[in-house]
Ligand binder design. Structure first.
Ligand code: OSB
Ligand code: MG
Length: 368
């Protein structure tokens, strides 16, 4: 594949309802898209960072800078036998995984089209439909949260994840369990606690949670290992895992029993597959996380979730939970049994809608 042209765009996309975590509320997304033209085909990738450097240090601005000044000049005009070679090429740049992932993943889209196979197939996916859960943000009050949960359970989602933070945890879970004693439930703290909260975190064991996601420091493994020794509830790591090497260390020291794989956070499909393969070999279940993606990133997440080690429902859910109108056709929809059917068309299997993308674009830069 010879990369002939690359286009960067920043889109503004208002969410249909706000999404709040322990680090704040998001009402509108700023999404950087990467369009790659190679061999007469077009591939798309999405930078999945937040607007503010809270989940990770990346922002749309840092991603634009790293793509424009490093990743694009290193790749454009050159032939690439495989998208994985991009991951090798990008290795000297420390971090900036979400910028790297957007470009690498766009090339995977091109390669799947060139091979005439669905992206899921090209990656080695084996599942023809994927199991879906939802992530529900912090609400104004518990009653509103319970209504949201009811709505999603009725829609068929297979598990519910709720965001927690100090002051929005044990009482909230009591409320959930008294109304929904049997649902598959988990929590995500986005690093809102420390080991000082150990007695409090012990209280989580009474709620029959599938797991607690990233309770401690975003850059920590050691304290998570200590916590996992103290609590029954499986710890799942999100923010702490950026590579297969991080995953290996976390598993070896007992810092987690489950790993959430996010394409952006780990730097793209090549790294995501390495983590998947390692976890599968060690019997650690994985699932695909979400970053409030547009349809482009969502389509990539669906393809990733078809790998055999993705045995738990992920945070990949219907377009309409986020957008009045998604930027792909068809939009992502979820069946009444809480699954997404994996498209059988070549490439992403969802077509980017150029005029909707254009309408949402607030800046654009082209490289040739
Ligand atoms: O920690 O999983 C997270 C959204 C933004 C940043 C971090 C996280 C999330 C989610 C939402 O939980 C998942 C989604 O619905 O896309
Ligand atoms: Mg998380």
């Amino acid at each position: 594949m010879r990369i002939e042209r690359i286009e960067l765009r920043e889109l503004r996309m208002p969410l249909v309802s706000f999404f709040e975590t322990s680090f704040g509320r998001t009402v509108e997304r700023r999404i950087v898209l990467v369009r790659v033209d190679a061999d007469g085909l077009t591939g798309w990738g999405e930078v999945t960072c937040g607007e503010r450097p809270f989940f990770t240090y990346e922002t749309p601005e840092t991603a634009w800078h790293i793509l424009r000044d490093f990743l694009i000049p290193w790749t454009i005009g050159k032939p690439w036998d495989s998208p994985s070679l991009l991951a090798t090429q990008f290795r000297p740049i420390r971090g900036h995984n979400m910028a790297k992932a957007a470009l690498e993943n766009a090339l995977w889209d091109v390669q799947a089209q060139e091979a005439g196979v669905p992206l899921a197939k090209l990656l080695g996916g084996t599942q023809i439909e994927i199991a879906c859960g939802v992530s529900i943000g912090i609400q104004e009050n518990v009653a509103e949260l319970l209504d949201k949960i009811e709505h999603e359970v009725e829609a068929g989602y297979q598990r519910i994840k709720v965001k927690i933070k100090p002051g929005w945890d044990v009482e909230v879970l009591e409320g959930i369990r008294s109304r929904f004693p049997d649902i598959r439930l988990m929590t995500d703290a986005n690093s809102a606690y420390s080991l000082d909260d150990l007695p409090h975190l012990n209280l989580l064991d009474q709620f029959g949670l599938m797991m607690v996601e990233q309770p401690l420091g975003w850059d920590d493994l050691v304290d998570h290992a200590r916590l996992q020794r103290e609590i029954e509830t499986p710890v799942c790591l999100d923010e702490s895992i950026h590579s297969a090497s991080d995953a290996r260390k976390a598993i070896e020291i007992g810092a987690c029993k489950v790993i959430n794989i996010k394409l952006g956070r780990v730097g793209g499909f090549t790294s995501a597959r390495e983590i998947h393969d390692l976890c599968r070999a060690r019997g650690v279940p994985v699932w695909c996380g979400g970053m409030l993606e547009s349809g482009i990133g969502r389509a990539h997440n669906i393809a990733l979730s078809t790998l055999p080690g993705f045995t738990l429902p992920g945070d990949v859910s219907a377009s309409r939970r986020y957008w009045k109108e998604d930027i792909i056709e068809p939009e992502v929809s979820v069946s009444a049994r809480g699954t997404i059917c994996v498209p059988e068309r070549p490439g992403l299997g969802f077509a980017p809608v150029l005029d909707r993308i254009e309408k949402a674009t607030i800046r654009k830069e082209t490289f040739a």
